[in-house]
Write a protein that binds this ligand. Sequence first.
Ligand code: SF4
Length: 180
Amino acid sequence: MNDIPQIPDDYKKVLMEKMRKQRELYLKRMKENSSSSDEKFVEQSNLIEKARSFGRSVVSRGFKNKKAKEETKNLRVLSCHGSEELGLMPCSERKNSTKFEGSFYCGACGCGDKQGTQLINLTIKEKEQYSKLDYPRVSCPLKMPGFGTYIPSEKGVSENPRKMMIEDKFGIDYIKEHSS
Ligand code: SF4
């Protein structure tokens, strides 16, 4: 994220205040809605769509293990894992892996808890593994920043407070450019 233009201090304060309010709203909504979703429309894709989506990711990786651009991966990391610095909570669909200690997988996309679907880069036999967030093309059921399925926030359609926090920080145009 080093190439992101610096934000002036006074604007930073306004942003932080906005983020604080959005975080409060997010926590309130989480309390009100005990379901695991923080989005109005978690996509309940069927098996065929899930298989198609995974197929697209595999094709994008190719035989040479191509990876997403750094800017894209950074957005995906924020979308899935959040950021303590920004007061951004992890995604409610991020689940603790029961197979890989300290790792996580997406509970909404249907890929399951497997080595190739972990949301962090595992190190196995001293070798860093390819993670789900490395694929040049990946889908996110919540249509979050950094993913090919990204849809900007819109009142009445997609009002995810976490998405809005990331959009406030980076801007929708930047996110569109770096989502794949
Ligand atoms: S891929 Fe999307 S739904 Fe899954 S954990 Fe990441 S942000 Fe959440």
